[in-house]
Write a protein that binds this ligand. Structure first.
Ligand code: HEM
Length: 390
């Protein structure tokens, strides 16, 4: 809860900070990496720096958090904090790093606002920072404590590799040493850390798509020929090769029973739902489940066989598909064009979305327009959550 002393200063300066924060965060990251270049080796993604999405996500999260303090005192944006905390813990972010981020963020704010930043305003925003930092640190400590080991990464050996869809590959790993393995929940992800051509390590998060309840990790990686990470994992990793995987994180977890479930995915976004459907099937779930998937064409749909097998075992599940081109396949309730969510929605539906941002924007709007409240629309964004700013 914001102190009575800070409240009026935050209320008065929130519009200006919310407007300026997007130009402050690039300056913050420049300062941070100049002072701590080691943070670019295996923690921060340089692609997300280059395309600006991480700056956007950080700016958005600060604006959302401060708005909550002013408009909904005594509450916190739990979903957003949980999302950031799960991402942080998968990267090994530590409590000792929060003062470092504070210093460079506030130096950047001071430079941007100049004389307009009075000591009272600076103190009030310092309070906001530490309220947010302590909320994150608390969740992060809890998440670290749930793991079977105290490490961030452990070595895992590639034991199986199979092509799926177009340009996607399913990779299965087994532990390469005796580090105790945390049992993952369906829908969770791991961070994958690998050295790039110049020797610097980069990290990406991948949803676990299979065998989530066993001491095996399976991920599905779509090749982005213009990307930095996926070509390395596609081209440099052979059976027997060892890479670093983090413990599993992520709170987009689907329960076996409950109100009707609508799972709407596009392209590679089906990986979390493929894992969830497999687990629901293994547990004999009778939940009413509507699976909607959109793809370019039938052959580009990754994990298709796995998903169809799981859906076949779920008595309450139905499937509809949309394809942009190619011949429509038989038996998959296939239509051409873009996904239409309306027919699948009932009043009490829980909606799960995963896919590219334009797709999610479109289907989220459809769900909201159909009267589904925002808290029942869950989504997984691959990459920094730039929706936080919305
Ligand atoms: C990611 C906020 C402190 C390292 C993020 C994201 C947000 C965020 C919103 C994006 C999450 C997503 O992927 O959707 C914050 C806030 C902080 C804070 C508000 C302080 C109150 C820290 C600290 C570190 C850190 C102390 C440690 C150096 C990272 C890293 C990522 C990240 C490495 C992923 C970046 C990437 O993939 O490019 N943070 N963070 N953060 N944060 Fe923080």
């Amino acid at each position: 809860m914001l102190s009575p002393k800070s409240f009026p200063f935050i209320e008065a300066t929130l519009p200006i900070i919310a407007e300026r924060i997007s130009s402050i965060t690039p300056n913050f990251y420049n300062r941070l990496f100049a002072a701590h270049p080691e943070l670019l080796d295996g923690i921060f993604s340089r692609s997300n720096q280059k395309n600006g999405t991480q700056q956007q996500a950080l700016a958005g999260s600060i604006a959302v958090f401060a708005t909550y303090l002013v408009k909904h005192p005594g509450t916190a944006p739990e979903t957003m904090l949980a999302r950031v905390a799960h991402k942080h813990t998968s990267l090994g972010v530590a409590e000792e790093q929060y003062p470092i981020v504070y210093k460079h963020l506030f130096d950047a704010i001071a430079e941007d606002l100049g004389d307009a930043l009075t000591p009272e305003i600076a103190d009030a925003w310092t309070e906001v920072y530490w309220l947010m930092a302590h909320a994150l640190i608390k969740i992060e400590k809890g998440l670290y404590a749930q793991q079977a080991n105290a490490g961030i990464y452990a070595p895992w050996k590639l034991v199986e590799r199979a092509e799926t869809g177009v340009d996607s590959v399913i990779l299965s790993f087994e532990p390469a040493d005796g580090t105790p393995v945390t049992v993952a929940k369906p829908g969770q992800f791991v961070s994958v850390r690998m050295p790039m051509a110049d020797g610097l390590r980069q990290v990406r998060q991948y949803t676990l798509s299979n065998d989530v309840e066993h001491a095996r990790r399976t991920i599905t990686v779509k090749l982005d020929v213009n990307g930095e990470f996926s070509p390395v994992i596609h081209n440099n990793l052979e059976i027997g090769g060892v890479i670093e995987l983090s413990n599993p994180y992520g709170d987009l977890v689907i329960d076996n029973e409950g109100s009707p479930l609508v799972i709407a995915t596009a392209g590679i976004g089906c990986t979390p739902s493929a894992a969830a459907l497999q687990t629901l099937a293994a547990h004999g779930s009778t939940r009413k489940i509507t699976v909607l998937h959109a793809d370019q064409e039938i052959t580009t749909w990754p994990l298709r066989e796995q998903m169809l097998e799981s859906i076949g075992k779920l008595p309450g599940a139905t499937l509809s598909t949309w394809f942009e081109r190619g011949e429509l396949p038989e038996g998959l309730n296939a239509q051409s064009g873009y996904m239409d969510l309306a027919a699948a929605l009932s009043e009490d539906a829980q909606v799960y979305l995963c896919g590219p941002l334009p797709f999610m924007n479109a289907v989220r709007t459809q769900a909201l327009e159909a009267g589904i409240p925002a808290e029942r629309i869950h989504y997984e964004v691959f990459g920094p959550d730039v929706w936080l700013a919305a």
